[in-house]
Design a protein around this ligand. Structure first.
Ligand code: GLU
Length: 274
């Protein structure tokens, strides 16, 4: 078994991250197997070195150890480009010039939902050439129609096993034509994640249930890129005292704050059931 914890250094870790990391670590450890830490920092505008440093510090404080060197995604942008190129070369992706606002509006106004707004939305060739000539920025989106054509019957068999939810049919169409490469960053989360999970031979992807939907699309990308399919475990989210899920943006109490006010790592582990 090879598990991983793959945080983005966009804020300080809180209880929810601790639960995820401990679950992945304990699963590997109990099996006498490997645990990998991966830093998902493709978004240079939101990631900060001090958050990355805090990830190492917090996890070590919690009693975790991991293999080195730690893969930092921003060091490997060329790898993701190769994966993207293999999809674009096969006609599985198209350039999307829409702004975030236009995307939101199109999704909201599509009578049959986002799927319709994002299926086959490539521009006519002349219009695309004009925009490229004008230097307009574009994102690469996966074409679900092209993906379905390429996979044929295999499209209907796309599935994954979640250790909690059980065997699950993958329904990538729910997310519409997802972004493979962002205008500003050059790659997007789903592509980088499936690439690295395969490269690092992750057998069990253990993460919060907020990422359950992501697995539908990641399963499709694995099939298109010929990558192995890990087992998944999407665990419950740790809730705050107000019953809402903890999130960095809500300023949920961070592990470093807990530590600063004298809470011990043993307290945190016990509080999370470890
Ligand atoms: N980097 C992602 C995050 O911080 C998690 C990716 C994953 O576990 O697949 O939310």
């Amino acid at each position: 078994m090879i598990t991983r914890f793959a945080p983005s250094p966009t804020g300080y870790l809180h209880w929810g991250h601790a639960f995820s990391a401990l679950t992945a670590f304990a699963s590997a450890h109990e099996a006498g197997d490997r645990f990998i830490l991966r830093i998902e920092d493709i978004d240079a505008t939101r990631c900060r070195p001090e958050y990355e440093a805090a990830i190492f510090e917090d996890l070590a404080w919690l009693g975790l150890s991991w293999e080195s060197p730690v893969r930092r995604q921003s060091d490997h942008m060329a790898d993701y480009r190769i994966a993207l190129d293999s999809l674009t070369a096969r006609g599985l992706a198209y350039r999307c010039f829409r702004t975030r606002r236009e995307v939101v509006d199109a999704m909201a106004s599509a009578p049959h939902g986002p799927q319709e707004a994002f299926t086959g939305a490539a521009l006519p060739a002349a219009e695309e050439a004009r925009r490229l000539g004008a230097g307009e920025a574009f994102a690469w989106r996966l074409s679900l129609l092209a993906a379905r054509d390429e996979l044929g019957a295999a499209w209907d068999d796309l599935s994954f096993v979640d250790e909690i939810a059980g065997p699950t049919k993958a329904r990538p169409e729910l997310a519409g034509d997802i972004v493979l490469a962002r205008k500003d960053v050059g790659v997007a989360y789903h592509l980088a994640v499936v690439h690295d999970d395969a490269l690092q031979e992750i057998t069990h992807v253990i993460r919060g249930e907020d990422l359950f939907e992501a697995t539908h699309i990641q399963r499709l990308l694995q099939a298109l890129l010929g990558l192995p399919k890990p087992v998944y475990r999407h665990h419950r989210l740790v809730m705050g005292d107000d019953g809402k899920r903890l999130a960095k943006r809500d300023k949920a109490e961070t592990l470093s704050e807990l530590r600063a006010r004298g809470v011990t790592a043993a307290d945190v582990r016990a509080g999370l059931g470890f």
